[in-house]
Design a protein around this ligand. Structure first.
Ligand SMILES: [Zn+2]
Length: 335
């Protein structure tokens, strides 16, 4: 069956490598050039200098001209790179940390964490679409003003007889995103996509995977582009964000929170040097076949894949909670 065979083609490895996550033998990096597994094995057979195809130190500033030949170069791997020493591993991690902090972003590039200030107010969106009347909007605004609290959507439902489904539709128009259907929601698989904390405290709600390459990520009343990007980088999948109706959202959230998550540790550090060295220590102790660091707001999320079996069939998502560990770090003073 050619359709099934396709899944085993190098696309999967390519995805992993382009996300900077190493696999044991199918692929590796030589400096910055990705060499697909089959090609490198062929090259190794043909080449008189076999050891040139071995993983070389991933630290561009490495000054060592040789490494003990018996040293395992398959582990630990951080973002597709191997460090010849603790010092080199730390240097590679430190660079990733700077990238995630935004220190390496080109000048003038948009900061993902700045919230959008210029969205058309929900009431006006709904009015211009003809979904509510002037009177309904006026009533809700007046109620909101008197109460001095609550979102306009809530007041439209409470005071003006608008349904929550209409509000969700209005929010989706405001955010230019779809209202996602709840069909196909797979809580146990989705619980493996990210730490529980992101669902509990940041309101992310991974819904389902389509065509083995798109992860649908739902939110309740506003999108979070920065979070979507982080999940995209960690999962190796394209993330499509959308909104869920209130009742669907609550229902799905409860089911998801009732599922089993990947073991997650939380740690806090004063400075980036301390954090880099801590990550190096974790990697040297656990010797993962792959690991990656992404930032999601104040959280630096390190995921480690300890064995080949830790990878599932979709992106870099694990198929079970075994042999995968998440660590969430925060940096600096946290209030
Ligand atoms: Zn080195």
């Amino acid at each position: 069956m050619p359709f099934l065979e396709k899944r085993n083609e190098p696309i999967e490895n390519d995805t992993r490598a382009s996300r900077g996550i190493g696999t044991e033998s199918a692929a590796h990096w030589t400096h910055d050039v990705y060499v697909p597994g089959s090609a490198s094995r062929d090259a190794a057979r043909r080449s008189p200098q076999r050891n040139t195809t071995k993983q070389s130190c991933g630290n561009p500033e490495c000054t060592k001209s040789w490494t003990m030949p018996w040293k395992n170069r398959r582990r630990p791997i951080f973002e597709g790179r191997w460090g010849c020493s603790t010092r080199c591993l730390e240097a590679v991690i430190h660079r990733a940390l700077r990238r995630e902090r935004g220190d390496l972003r080109p000048v003038g590039s948009e900061d993902q964490d700045v919230p959008h200030q210029h969205r058309i107010p929900l009431g006006l969106v709904m009015l211009s679409q003809g979904w509510i009347s002037q009177t309904q909007l006026r009533t809700a605004l007046e109620a909101q003003r008197l109460a001095g609290t609550g979102r306009i959507g809530e007041w439209l439902v409470q005071e003006s007889g608008v349904t929550s489904a209409q509000i969700t539709r209005g929010l989706a128009t405001q955010w230019s995103c779809p209202v996602l259907p709840i069909d196909g929601f797979a809580p146990s698989a989705m619980a493996l996509t990210m730490p529980r904390l992101f669902i509990e405290r940041l309101g992310l709600l991974p819904l389902r995977i389509a065509s083995s390459r798109i992860l649908y990520l739902a939110f309740n009343d506003r999108l979070d582009a920065s979070a979507a990007l982080a999940v995209e980088q960690m999962s190796g999948l394209r993330v499509e964000s959308g909104l869920l109706d209130d009742s669907h959202y609550e229902q799905a959230r409860q089911r998801l929170l009732g599922s089993e998550f990947i073991q997650t540790n939380e740690e806090s550090f004063q400075d980036a040097e301390g954090l880099s060295s801590r990550i190096a220590t974790i990697l040297e102790a656990s010797q993962p076949l792959g690991s990656r660091l992404v930032r999601l707001h104040k959280h630096y999320w390190l995921r480690t894949w300890l064995e080949t079996g830790a990878y599932g069939d979709v992106g870099t998502l694990p198929s079970t909670g075994e042999d995968v560990t998440d660590t969430l770090f925060t940096l600096g003073r946290q209030d």
